[in-house]
Design a binder for this molecule. Structure first.
Ligand code: UDP
Length: 482
């Protein structure tokens, strides 16, 4: 297994953001947590160090824990293509979608267990009895029992789910059940995402958070944003030639490289043009192609806005075997557009060979967007929504999954009731483009909502309380008498 290193969060800057009172309460809880966890390591195991919301969230939460002096480690499991095919199938099926249509039978159990036994064996000598292990998502569930047998407290954290279940999702849960039922606690982002067989008093609801100081979210001034877009070959703006630096997760700094191959369909974005942006992995459930159709059929004739569909370069996300196929479908759909539409739609793949540069480019793209869209068909939480709200962009997103916990419709963004409603999606886009006052109001309320609910202090406190519960320690924050 590969170990991922993360550097501490700047606590002073965090305090300045959240204010003295919230900060003092948090630091007091942190002191108690440090004492409670003394001598123990908190482990996180997931399937990838880069690409997608889980890696992003782990980066955030680990930076917070490390800055508080808690011994926290993050390791990434090793799998082969067959293992990731099985786990991607499970991922799709838990969302009620048949995925590649393959089986989840005895052969898949055997292969899944074989890979996870090898992974467990590779860290077994480092796990101490009493350590706490957070195993993330279906890829890791087969490690629950072996790690508990080593004396660790094991929590399974599932980041995915769908509000309504169906027979397909039930089959995926049946596959996972013999593994997950050994967990001492199960953490999900919403109550409806809990495994159907888990005892309710073992279920904990913990939504994710974002790190405002990471390359993905750090402030960038508008001139630098424009420079980044020109430097990486997304816009036709004039590149200043100035060195553009970005923060790295290891605490160092990187320099944005010149690129000329990010646009994989369409021409350069005219500098300063208004654009609608969706950032997603190339995953069918994100419906990038649906976004393109909504835009070309219901928005383009109305204004001179452009559309950017942005995802990772597909070779870079190891646990996502479908990415290249979905991207190819989007490119084919783009090729079928009339020429006038092709000028307005741009497909962008951001390189994954330097994950910190990738994050900074996404940051710049989000900051320069006129409107940010997330038209997912299903969504566990939707960090792209949080990220755009934090950057005070007006966000329009499907009323599905965790997106509904983030956006209060009409207040901190707009929700699309039916994610397959392309005309409705187009209507929301034009409504915001036509009404700058509405756009500004949604944007400001969006940022305030993230500040209140989706930063690391809330997230870490919830984990701290969960650990206290498992260890039989008193709560970290005393309930306030009212
Ligand atoms: N992301 C990225 N580069 C890309 C595409 C996505 O860094 O090219 C990030 C995005 O900014 C967000 C995460 O991947 O932080 C996606 O998380 P989300 O919860 O929206 O969806 P998931 O991928 O977990 O389904």
């Amino acid at each position: 297994m590969q170990s991922v290193s993360v550097v501490a969060l700047p606590l002073d800057a965090m305090s300045a953001l959240i204010g003295p009172e919230r900060s003092a309460r948090f630091m007091q809880a942190a002191d108690r947590a440090r004492e409670m966890l003394s001598g123990r390591t908190v482990w996180n195991v997931n399937a990838t160090a880069q690409g997608g919301g889980v890696a992003e969230m782990l980066q955030t939460i680990l930076a917070g824990a490390i800055s508080l002096g808690i011994d926290t480690r993050w390791v990434v499991l090793d799998g082969d293509p067959e293992f990731f095919e099985i786990t991607k199938r499970m991922h799709n099926m838990l969302h009620g979608d048949p995925g590649d249509g393959g089986d989840l039978g005895p052969d898949q159990h055997a292969h899944y267990e074989q890979i996870l036994s090898a992974n467990t064996a590779s860290i077994a000598d480092q796990i101490k009895p009493g350590d706490i292990v957070l195993l993330h998502d279906p890829q890791t569930a087969g490690m629950i029992k072996p790690l508990r047998d080593l004396g660790a407290h094991v929590i399974w954290r599932s980041h995915i789910g769908k509000d309504e279940t169906n027979e397909i999702a039930q089959r995926a849960w049946a596959f996972l059940r013999p593994y997950v039922e050994h967990a001492e606690a199960v953490v999900v982002s919403r109550p409806t995402y809990a495994p159907p067989f888990t005892n309710p008093d073992q279920i904990f609801i913990v939504p994710p958070s974002i790190d405002p100081f990471a390359g993905k979210n750090v402030e960038i001034d508008p001139d630098t944003v424009a420079d980044v877009l020109a430097r990486v070959g997304v816009s036709d703006g004039v590149d200043s030639g100035n060195e553009i630096t970005f923060p790295r997760r290891d605490g160092g700094a990187g320099v944005v490289r010149r690129h000329d191959d990010l646009i994989v369909a369409g021409g350069l974005l005219p500098a300063g043009a208004d654009y609608v942006l969706q950032v997603s992995r190339w995953d069918r459930l994100k419906d990038m192609e649906g976004v393109m159709t909504a835009f070309t059929e219901h928005v383009v004739g109305h204004t001179d806005v452009h559309l950017l569909l942005v995802g990772p370069a597909t070779a870079g996300v190891s646990d996502d075997p479908e990415g290249a196929e979905v991207l190819a479908q989007c490119q084919a759909a783009w090729a079928r557009l009339p020429e006038a539409m092709q000028e307005r739609v741009h497909l962008v793949c951001v390189p994954m060979d330097d994950i910190d540069e990738n994050a900074y480019i996404i940051n710049a793209l989000q900051r320069a967007a006129t409107v940010v869209l997330q038209k997912s068909l299903v969504e566990g939480f939707g960090l792209t929504v949080t990220e755009a709200m934090w950057k005070a962009r007006p966000v329009l997103a499907s009323d599905v999954g965790g997106i509904a916990d983030q956006i209060e419709d009409g207040v901190s963004g707009l929700l699309l009731a039916d994610p397959t409603d392309l005309a409705g999606c187009g209507e929301l886009i034009t409504r915001v483009l036509d009404d700058p006052e509405l756009a500004a109001r949604l944007a400001l309320a969006g940022r305030a909502r993230v500040l209140e609910l989706f930063l690391g202090d809330r997230h870490l406190l919830q984990y701290g309380e969960l650990f206290a519960h498992l260890l039989g320690a008193p709560p970290l924050v005393e309930p306030t008498a009212s």
